[in-house]
Design a protein around this ligand. Structure first.
Ligand code: 16G
Ligand code: MG
Length: 550
């Protein structure tokens, strides 16, 4: 039976041939490259999603078509597992193999073997929900995906053009529908309802919140922020900027969370719109990253990144747990990556347990699950807070001994609803930040003052083979190429407060260098000198010493 069902995909597979010279890789964020070469990948991901669903006994699998903060010409696709989490990592290699089968016959043979090896019962149902961001290449890619899903007879739900975190929410809501664990109504409307009603409860009785300027990166976040605003009514006012979702080339161009983080400056389109002291934030192209910033009284730009969000949020949640009388039972922990600013790690480690893991949401998410309340944020603004099942039960069953305890308990329960616990979610995180600022009566200035960032610099180096670079110790040390780490150590030793590490990118064919030091000049110099070492080691052509900012 296996082979007949799989052989039946042939006519459709022939419509989506693999381009000859391209090698595809399911990386940290799925497949991602130029949108126009992805047709065959999308078809095959459709098949894979259907098989994943069958393997999971017909549970709904999510497929998101996006290239996030990348340029508009790029696109990509990633799978979402039934609990709304990233695809189980063992399937990443299967996805890569299937995407690279050179012909229809090779694809069919590969799938037959795959189904046999994994003992996938093809008689089970397959259910898939998919969505895409605003990229112009998205519609054609979705139709290739549809062909793949059709080839295996999957039951399909099209969630339309929406954010990555909303797709994750939908997957979890669909799979928990009608159970005692229901995550919410399985519709976009259900998502806005859930977030907005929790937000209103959390800010009730607080002074009015000043309007918030949101840079939507000219992406799908513009639609979602608009709809969210309608649900939030007068509890908060948004001023939406960079909402040109149909202007060619505008997506993520000189705006958005990645621009702010890597350039460490105000998007030019916001000049004149942001007043001194007013806070603002940027989303990325699929609205799963968030960067805050403000201009001080000298119009100097200050960035409040994922590390600052983690510090703000973790302290607030810790205080609520204490106020609820639960600090003996519920412990808060933090997960970061090597990119976390050294000053943030120091600030946090003095207060709560901090873990460092390799880059990529799946690593952070997994590590955060080991805490009662796990706060994880990448410096780039991707993160969320996870409340373990036991913690959520304790919160519900706790019997407060005073009105103050009862209020704090209510706030914690509301936070479990406000926060999208499936994945980092720029809009949910933004509301979380606004709640904390409202409770603490903080402006960006007080928030920023929690600790002072060490100056830092990110640089990327184009090398022949990034796979020649291998790391250990949560990417903080290189073990290959041999001898390079020692050279980096020797260099770092000469810089006050110096720290630097080198890792291959999981999303681009480059090697990344991070450096921090006690002054901006020193951080820049250290980054460029380490990048020079990397380049020399990789045996590159000196005429093309292409070192650029990340
Ligand atoms: C992806 C990851 C993000 C990570 C980034 C690093 C997910 C959903 N996203 O965008 O967490 O920070 O890759 O990119 O895992 P890099 O490997 O190119 O530096
Ligand atoms: Mg993104």
């Amino acid at each position: 039976m296996t082979s007949s069902i799989i052989h039946d995909i042939k006519p459709l597979a022939d419509l989506h041939p693999k381009p000859e010279s391209v090698h595809f890789q399911y990386g940290t964020a799925g497949f991602r490259t130029l949108g126009h070469v992805l047709d065959s990948v999308l078809f095959r991901v459709g098949i894979l999603a259907a098989l994943r669903s069958k393997k999971q006994d017909g549970k709904t699998i999510g497929v998101m078509v996006t290239a996030s903060h990348n340029p508009e010409v790029d696109n990509g696709v990633k799978l979402v597992d039934p609990r709304g989490e990233m695809l189980e990592s063992s399937w990443e290699a299967h996805a890569t193999n299937i995407a690279n089968a050179p012909t229809t016959d090779a694809l069919v043979a590969g799938l037959v073997k795959f189904v046999d090896d994994l003992k996938i019962d093809l008689s089970k149902p397959a259910r898939v929900v998919y969505a895409r961001d605003t990229r112009p290449s998205g519609a054609a890619l979705v139709s290739a995906l549809d062909d793949g899903l059709k080839a295996l007879g999957a039951e399909v739900r099209d969630a339309g053009v929406t954010t990555t975190p909303i797709l994750h929410y939908l997957v979890k809501a669909i799979n928990t529908k009608g159970t005692s664990d229901s995550y919410g109504d399985d519709s976009e409307e259900g998502y806005y309802q859930k977030l907005s009603s929790a937000f209103k409860r959390l800010v009730k009785g607080r002074p009015a919140i000043p309007p918030l300027l949101i840079d939507c990166a000219n992406g799908v976040g513009a639609f979602a922020a608009e709809k969210l605003a309608q649900h939030l009514q007068d509890s908060i006012t948004f001023i939406l900027a960079n909402t040109s979702t149909t202007t060619p080339g505008a997506l993520n161009n000189a705006c958005g969370a990645d621009f702010v983080k890597t350039q460490q400056k105000l998007p030019p389109s916001l000049e004149g719109k942001l007043k001194s002291g007013q806070r603002a934030c940027s989303l990325d192209g699929d609205a799963d990253r968030l960067m805050y910033f403000y201009l001080d009284e000298h119009s100097q730009f200050h960035m409040l990144d994922g590390d600052k969000i983690a510090a703000l949020v973790a302290a607030f949640i810790g205080e609520l747990v204490k106020a609820a009388g639960l600090d003996e039972d519920i412990k808060v922990g933090i997960v970061q990556t090597a990119y976390a600013n050294g000053a943030s790690t120091k600030y946090l480690a003095d207060r709560v347990p901090v873990k460092c893991v390799p880059t990529g949401v799946k690593h952070l998410h997994h590590a955060a699950e080991s805490f009662d309340i796990g706060v994880y944020f990448e410096a780039n603004g991707h993160g969320t807070v996870l409340f373990s099942r036991e913690t959520q039960e304790k919160l519900r069953s706790h019997e407060p001994t005073s009105p103050a305890q009862s209020t704090a308990q209510g706030h914690l329960i509301a936070l479990t609803e406000l926060i999208n616990q499936t994945v980092g979610d720029a809009l949910s995180d933004m509301l979380l930040v606004e709640v904390v600022l409202a409770h603490k009566s903080y402006t960006g200035i007080e928030w920023d003052a929690l600790y002072a960032d060490l100056p830092n610099r990110l640089v990327k180096v184009v090398v022949g083979d990034r796979n020649a670079f291998r790391t250990v110790d949560a990417e903080r040390r290189l073990v290959s190429p041999a001898g390079l780490q020692e050279k980096i150590d020797a260099l770092v030793g000469g810089f006050e407060g110096g720290r630097s590490f080198v890792r291959p990118s999981g999303t681009e064919d480059v090697v990344r260098v991070y450096a921090e030091a006690s002054s901006r000049v020193q951080a820049d110099e250290l980054a460029f000198r380490v990048a020079g070492l990397v380049y020399d080691q990789a045996g590159g052509d000196p005429a093309k010493r292409p070192v650029e900012f990340l």
